[in-house]
Design a protein around this ligand. Structure first.
Ligand SMILES: C[S@@+](CC[C@H](N)C(=O)[O-])C[C@H]1O[C@@H](n2cnc3c(N)ncnc32)[C@H](O)[C@@H]1O
Length: 310
């Protein structure tokens, strides 16, 4: 069987199964490409060119065995194959951290324009770094920056460390083990964060694939908003005078806006606007200057003090 024939058979089988797509890839074809990159030990371009090559019996068997693991255990494909492609880079991925899928990739691609002049950025913090995907991609593409990768999970940091080494970014990135900003006295020009923001009740209803990811990577108290608002209330103390914070809360953008009606949120436009600017797929990243974080801080603090849970 040729690689292309194998690809089509695997896609058909995956499409007919009741799996959930959304862990970094949105369709069966994309998942099967990852699977075949693993089995054929090829990158995307090499695999594309190998479509008429014959797959060995052993390769076919391995491919169907991995697909079975994906389907019967509802394990995200990135965990099954052990890697994921984010911002054009390959990251080692396993159950120690979330599967990379953040729309931060679009911002990195756009060099954070028009919000930030990356030439003027030296110190970056990737808060809640998980596998390190966001911070390491920034360090890779903006070679003059130093990026701190911070997380409360030691397991996630161990994975980030493996990615840091594999991407040869040891000299421009550092790992920090911390509960949000605790013990961190540095000042940053740019803080990027994709924290946990899922409501515990909603978490219980998510497709099975999410159960393979660390719960602490997804769930946040106070209907998902406790950690995002804690970050909003503390970030100004860790930003330089012209520093900027980008915070991702995905589909919780409306909940966050509703919880903080006095705060003027600026949500990034992923859908495109009249100027034709188009960041790509994504939702729910807001941006704050240090001054605005200080201006709205009383509201963040008020939210954290109140005992509203839903
Ligand atoms: C949604 S995941 C994001 C991972 C990665 N940035 C990404 O986009 O794939 C959130 C991360 O926050 C970490 N985390 C949870 N609570 C934290 C806390 N209080 N302080 C620091 N990190 C925390 C989790 O361990 C997890 O790695």
């Amino acid at each position: 069987m040729t690689v292309k024939e194998l690809f089509l058979k695997l896609c058909e089988q995956l499409q007919q199964s009741a799996v959930y797509f959304g862990h970094g890839v949105s369709a069966a074809e994309d998942e099967v490409l990852l699977l075949l990159m693993k089995v054929m030990d090829m990158d995307f371009n090499a695999l594309n060119q190998a479509s008429l090559q014959l797959a060995t019996e052993a390769q076919s068997q391995q491919a169907f065995a991995l697909l079975e693991e994906r389907i019967s255990n509802k394990r995200p494909m990135a965990y099954v194959v052990g890697f994921s492609v984010f911002a054009g880079l390959t990251f080692k991925v396993d159950e120690r951290a979330l599967v990379p899928r953040s729309p931060f990739v679009q911002l990195i691609d756009a060099a954070f324009q028009p919000w930030v002049d990356m030439d003027k950025v030296s110190n970056v913090l990737d808060l809640c770094t998980g596998s390190g995907c966001i911070g390491l991609a920034v360090a890779h593409y903006f070679e003059h920056c130093h990026v701190d990768l911070s997380d409360l999970s030691e397991a996630a940091l161990a994975l980030a460390s493996e990615n840091q080494q594999a991407l040869q970014l040891l000299n421009r990135t550092s790992l920090l083990h911390a509960d949000l900003f605790q013990g961190n006295t540095k000042s940053y020009d740019l803080i990027l964060t994709n924290p946990p923001y899922v409501d515990e009740v909603e978490y219980e209803t998510l497709p099975e694939e999410f159960n393979h990811e660390p719960k602490m990577a997804l769930v946040s108290e106070r209907a998902g908003l406790a950690i995002p608002v804690a970050i909003l209330s503390q970030a100004a103390d860790h930003l330089s005078e012209t520093g900027v914070l980008f915070l991702e809360v995905g589909f919780y953008d409306q909940a966050l806006t509703a919880a903080l009606p006095e705060v003027e949120f600026i949500w990034l436009d992923f859908a495109g606007d009249e100027d034709g600017d188009f960041l790509g797929d994504g939702q729910g990243i807001c941006v704050f200057t240090r001054d605005d974080l200080i201006k709205f801080r009383p509201h963040f603090k008020e939210f954290l003090k109140s005992d509203v849970t839903q």
